[in-house]
Design a protein around this ligand. Structure first.
Ligand SMILES: [Zn+2]
Length: 306
């Protein structure tokens, strides 16, 4: 077993949705965003239609998912954000105005971090366990900043396909990794001048199914990243249904949220060790590696075997 999952599951699967709405466009093209109703409306389809279709699909499939929401989206599309929260899904941070942090210095990134957390708290009453960086853009100092703000995990890096630790001066930050292959945007978004055509959902179903089946053999953590303004389109919702139906044919898949994956990784599987890592004193991480019972295993022992 390459990575040990709870209840003897062979792999884990989490569906995640980045509720960008207009925020990324406002950040990257602020001048165009002042006049282009076309671009704005394309993105407004997400909170206006896509979110509810996704919530309905998740309800039908009896799944909880992880939603990463920029502060700007929360402020400007509060009702659908509340519906996500009230349906019991995980809400994680995703920047304020979808700032690609590679374009920010450390001071600016700190300010943006504080702003997004304040909005999530004030508007939704949420203190997120997880962070998904806008555009999966991460600076070398970002993990430290996340740790200092009490985040349990990040889900923006591609350094493995099972959860892993990113070192920080405050101790390890759990990473729930992502990958481009499992992102709807490069496959489905129409961008003038780009080489990607709009993919046939049938081809994407085949691609994602194959990746899932292979990752399942590898004890992987299948994290799908979709955007309501992209995957909220009718035939793509049907694709999500078909994908989950395919995945459910495999035995031993732990369907869960990124937060639960991170909690599993950060805490040992024994009940006594199941409390959130974020609230554990730093010294406890050292103590965890000492075995106290036959069921107790440190996260390090879950990886790299076999
Ligand atoms: Zn995004």
């Amino acid at each position: 077993m390459r990575y040990q999952w709870p209840k003897r599951n062979q792999s884990a699967a989490a569906l995640s949705f980045d509720v960008d709405a207009e925020s990324g466009f406002l950040f990257r093209e602020p001048e165009k965003a002042k006049r282009s109703l076309g671009d704005l409306e394309e993105r407004r389809f997400g909170p206006r239609v896509g979110v509810d279709r996704i919530l309905k699909a998740l309800d039908r499939l009896k799944l909880k998912a992880s939603f990463y929401i920029p502060g700007w989206t929360v402020v400007n599309h509060l009702a659908p954000c509340k519906r996500i929260r009230d349906a019991g899904h995980e809400i994680g941070a995703h920047g304020n105005v979808h700032e690609a942090v590679g374009m920010l210095d450390e001071t600016q990134e700190k300010r943006v971090m504080a702003e997004q957390l304040a909005i999530l708290k004030d508007q939704l009453g949420v203190k997120p366990a997880g962070y998904r960086s806008p555009s999966w853009d991460v600076n070398v100092w970002t993990p430290d900043l996340l740790k200092r703000h009490g985040f349990l995990y990040d889900s923006s890096l591609m350094g493995n396909d099972v959860p892993y630790d990113v070192p920080t001066t405050q101790g390890p930050l759990t990473e729930v990794p992502v990958q481009w292959l499992l992102d709807d945007a490069p496959l489905f978004r129409h961008v003038y001048g780009a080489t990607n055509a709009i993919a046939d959902p049938g081809r994407v179903l085949q691609m994602w199914s194959k990746e899932f089946a292979a990752m399942h053999v590898e004890n992987g953590c299948f994290v799908l990243t979709c955007h309501p303004f992209v995957s909220g389109r009718a035939s793509r919702i049907a694709l999500l249904d078909d994908l989950v139906t395919f995945m459910r044919r495999a035995r031993g898949v732990w369907f869960t949220t990124c937060e639960e994956v991170a909690r599993w990784h950060a805490s040992g599987p024994a009940p006594a060790n199941a409390r959130p890592a974020a609230t554990r004193p730093a010294s406890a991480s050292g103590a965890r590696s000492g075995a106290r019972g036959p069921r107790r295993r440190s996260p390090a022992n879950r990886r790299g075997r076999g």
